[in-house]
Design a protein around this ligand. Structure first.
Ligand SMILES: NC(=O)C1=CN([C@@H]2O[C@H](COP(=O)(O)OP(=O)(O)OC[C@H]3O[C@@H](n4cnc5c(N)ncnc54)[C@H](OP(=O)(O)O)[C@@H]3O)[C@@H](O)[C@H]2O)C=CC1
Ligand SMILES: CC(=O)N[C@@H](CCC(=O)OP(=O)(O)O)C(=O)O
Length: 306
């Protein structure tokens, strides 16, 4: 019997990208809701309970409602929203962080898929804190550049409108209240004693992401060696040689891929780590499909672009 998969929110940016990654697979059965019933609570309840694995690609409140519609013990959930990422009875869906994370995902009924900016920060910082290269009470700062698809359908329409605000041609700094919605998961997953100072920036390009963590008074080579050791043998998270692959970093360099690459630059007294990936790949839909593959005991990269 093929596992039955339902994508709640399939018409959205993340949902469509998951559908594209699963559409051509013959090892899964996709349960497809009628277009005119996709927001009908009773019909969704039926689909949510008929599936073995459900992807939630919905706003936070709708994701919480969807979970409450599940009335059986067997349906397993991968939630792409922010709703459950710091809940102790959910597993955080970033398998490369540790063997324990991977094992928890494999056995989980409830997986919270990481936020895009959070994926960049956590992939850099979790190993450095776990390996005591940087203390958990370090005053982390981070800047993260993302394509506008990170803002979903509404932001895509805003950027692609022919009469758009001409200021969209320039980068836009946001999250200025320093309370971005990904801060709680960054702090929780890395075990930090304080949140980082986090500056997200959206640019005039569709997809791609470069999240840079600043590490004053830290030896850059030690950082690179720790990250390389931590991710040894991983296929979807890799570490560049010290100094990086190129003299400059373009935020869209890994657009279209489901992998993430860490690049360490600096010298003996200062380091920066940049996580380069696609906000819709390892930052959302690619990660969600990877988590599903792990939950089903399949090769984690099935259907993904490494
Ligand atoms: N875009 C990205 O890079 C990332 C997004 N995410 C998260 O994934 C989730 C989805 O985001 P994204 O795909 O960008 O958002 P979109 O706005 O592109 O899509 C959301 C979809 O959910 C549908 N929807 C809204 N409310 C309901 C409801 N009550 N019942 C059924 N369907 C509903 C919308 O319908 P309609 O089409 O009618 O508007 C839309 O199709 C969010 O929680 C987001 O924060 C996570 C990581 C990255
Ligand atoms: C450009 C833009 O607005 N990006 C979104 C992040 C998208 C994302 O990862 O959202 P989730 O937390 O729901 O997963 C933001 O910064 O709020």
């Amino acid at each position: 019997m093929k596992p039955k998969i339902y994508i709640d929110g399939r018409e959205g940016t993340t949902g469509l990208q998951i559908y594209e990654r699963l559409g051509g697979r013959d090892d899964l059965e996709l349960l497809l809701i009628d277009e005119d019933k996709r927001k009908d609570t009773e019909e969704r309840r039926r689909f949510l309970n008929a599936a073995d694995i459900v992807f939630l690609c919905l706003p936070d409140a709708a994701a919480r409602d969807a979970v409450s519609l599940i009335e059986n013990e067997t349906t397993r959930v991968i939630d792409a929203s922010t709703a459950h990422r710091t809940e102790p009875d959910w597993d955080y869906g970033f398998a490369e962080l540790s063997k324990a994370h991977r094992a928890a995902i494999a056995a989980s009924k409830r997986v919270a898929n990481p936020g895009c900016h959070a994926s960049g920060f956590i992939s850099s910082v979790y190993p450095l804190v776990a390996r005591e290269v940087v203390p958990a009470d370090f005053a982390f700062t981070c800047s993260s550049l993302t394509g506008y698809s990170g803002g979903g359908k509404k932001m895509i329409a805003e950027y692609e409108d022919e009469n758009r605000d001409p200021r969209h041609a320039s980068e836009r700094i946001y999250g200025l209240n320093l309370q971005h919605k990904h801060l709680p998961e960054m702090e929780y997953v890395c075990g930090l004693t304080q949140p980082p100072v986090f500056v997200p920036v959206v640019g005039d390009f569709y997809k791609g992401m470069a999240t840079t963590v600043m590490l004053p008074s830290v030896d850059a080579r030690r950082v690179q060696e720790a990250l390389e050791a931590h991710y040894e043998g991983q296929r979807l998270v890799t570490v560049a040689p010290f100094g990086g692959d190129e003299p400059v970093i373009y935020a869209n360099a890994l657009a279209g891929k489901d992998s993430l690459r860490l690049i360490v630059c600096g010298h003996a007294r200062q380091a920066i780590v940049t996580a380069l990936f696609d906000n819709l790949g390892k930052g959302a839909s690619g990660a969600a499909v990877q988590n599903m593959n792990i939950m089903l005991g399949l090769d984690e990269a099935t259907g993904l672009t490494v």
